[in-house]
Design a protein around this ligand. Structure first.
Ligand code: KIV
Ligand code: ZN
Length: 526
């Protein structure tokens, strides 16, 4: 459902922007752009992306989310593609959404009948008008093509459908012929025409020229439908709007045939940021994008604008420093504007400043004299490209504090010996000291060296402590890689309390033992 934006909320949203002042200067000659409708085709052109196949339930869930986001028109399928598709369209129709629902159809009666059969009342019908398509695909003359287009629009209109008509491959079609087709379908009753850049070959200046020329001849609203084959889908869509188009075809996350369609989130954000045009509820973009990503299984590139994992991730020392002082230094708009989160990640490019910044934000008092060791640990982990999130930073900090005795452990490990090999039962012997005076040396066996060592520690300290979870991950991916171990222990004497220990190191057995000791000490601390 479309949320009404008050002028107060619009102002607040504008405060979240830090865009270039040159944009407004450049736009001084462009007439005011007031109302732009978002025609979403995620469930039609988007689904046509190789590798995506949506079930009926998938489509309904995406339709509900897009409706909640506030798209104006939703192309929910291609009714003539089969009974299942028709059923899916009906199921979406039965959700009583606010969005105008639409189905695609070729300019043939059987396709239009299929749309009528679904009960939606808006149709997007098309026929190709470029010489290339007419000659090699349709094998029809221009006159036959125009007559077919008019017939389709008249037929659909006579059956009570609102019709948007597309000249497929418009951007490679002869302007005079294409204009004659658009004028003819306007006369036949179409409510809007669409100009598809079917294989993504136009440039923004040319789009401006084309829409400007059509605008002189056509009175009904003009839509643009841009593909991204040469990376210009969004720029061309915006150029189309600047030239007078008032409907933009888009897909969430920019999915679609081949390299996709203009991305909904990018078009909507640009329209707001540079033209003050509000379309969808921008704050719902993050969650809608994630839902579409999850359901389609089409993973976004990390560097995808607005919704990619790195869109608001900062790692290098200089950038993190800037962000901490004023987010506008390295962010063109606040992540909350589009409902996503900022991530300050620690990695190969992080400096001590960034690490200290994260520690301050997490309210961790870490002794400065141990900072070199912390930095060294972070760099070692990050060398393989791994990013360190807040939980991992806390685990590393904890580990160092325990090792350095900043946090006092009641249980200390004085000695560890492990015997293991082929056809040998792994055996571990540990010596632990409890509260500085109670020294215990215990041996235990296990299914491997880690199991034997953990069993020996448990036996030596408290057998009522059980190992509930053990997680090992290699961080750098080689035989000398850094590993990370997380251990969760449960103490049945202590109300079944769970304590977690995490350690990072080079040796799996030693790191597992460190993590176990940390968990046990946390249990003791209680
Ligand atoms: O890209 C295209 O030309 C289309 C048509 C069906 C309009 O998707
Ligand atoms: Zn398309």
């Amino acid at each position: 459902m479309k949320t009404q934006q008050t002028s107060e909320s619009a102002r607040k949203m504008e405060d979240m922007l830090a865009i270039s002042p040159y944009n407004q200067l450049a736009l001084s000659g462009v007439g005011p752009i007031k109302d732009v409708k978002i025609f979403d085709t995620t469930l039609r052109d988007g689904e046509q992306a190789p590798g995506i196949a949506l079930s009926q339930d998938d489509k309904v869930r995406i339709a509900l989310a897009l409706d909640d986001l506030g798209v104006d028109i939703m192309e929910v399928g291609f009714a003539a593609s089969g009974e299942t598709e028709k059923e899916t369209i009906r199921k979406i129709r039965d959700q009583n959404l606010d969005t105008q629902l639409c189905s695609l159809a070729r300019s043939v009666h059987s396709d239009i009948d299929a749309v009528i059969d679904t009960g939606v009342d808006y149709i997007h019908t098309f026929i190709a008008t470029s010489d290339l398509h007419m000659k090699y695909k349709l094998k029809m003359t221009p006159d036959e093509v125009r007559a077919r287009a008019v017939d389709a629009v008249e037929y659909a209109e006579a059956h009570g459908l609102k019709v948007q008509f597309s000249c497929e491959d418009a951007t490679r079609s002869d302007l005079a012929f294409m204009t004659s087709v658009y004028k003819a379908v306007e006369e036949a009753g179409a409510v809007a025409i669409n100009v598809p850049d079917t294989v993504g070959v136009i440039i923004p200046r040319a789009m401006d020229h084309l829409i400007g020329a059509l605008k002189k001849e056509i009175k009904i609203p003009i839509a643009v439908h841009c593909h991204n084959d040469m990376g210009l889908a969004v720029a061309n869509s915006i150029a189309g709007v600047e030239a007078g188009a008032t409907i933009v075809h888009v897909c969430m996350n920019g999915i679609g045939e081949r390299t996709g369609n203009a991305a909904l989130e990018e078009v909507a954000l640009n329209l707001f940021a540079n033209y003050g045009v509000q379309t969808v509820d921008l704050s719902k973009i993050g969650k809608t994008s994630k839902l579409v990503e999850r359901i389609t299984g089409f993973n976004m590139a990390y560097n995808k604008p607005i919704v990619g994992r790195n869109a608001f991730a900062h790692e290098s020392g200089i950038h993190v420093h800037g962000i901490m002082n004023n987010t506008a230094t390295y962010e063109p708009f606040l992540p909350e504007l589009v409902g996503v989160d900022r991530h300050i990640v620690l990695g190969k490019h992080s400096g001590a400043h960034s690490v200290q910044g994260r520690l301050d934000a997490l309210k961790v008092k870490f002794p400065q004299e141990h900072m070199p060791e912390l930095m060294e640990m972070i760099k070692n982990i990050a060398i393989g490209g791994k990013e360190i999130d807040d939980a991992e930073l806390l685990a590393i900090v904890d580990n160092i504090m325990y090792k350095k005795g900043v946090t006092k452990n009641r249980v200390t490990l004085d000695q560890l010996t492990v015997l293991t090999g082929k056809d040998t039962t792994s055996t571990a012997t540990v010596t632990v000291t409890i509260d500085g005076e109670d020294h215990r040396t215990i041996a235990s066996i296990g299914v491997g060296p880690v199991d034997a060592a953990i069993n020996a520690i448990r036996k030596a300290v408290n057998e009522k402590i059980s190992l509930e979870e053990y997680k090992l991950s290699a961080i750098t991916g080689k035989s000398d890689s850094i590993c990370e171990v997380t251990v969760m222990v449960k103490n049945v004497q202590n109300d079944g309390n769970l304590s977690v220990g995490k350690a990072v190191g080079l040796d799996i057995v030693e790191t597992s033992v460190d993590a176990t000791m940390m968990a046990i000490n946390r249990d003791f601390a209680r």
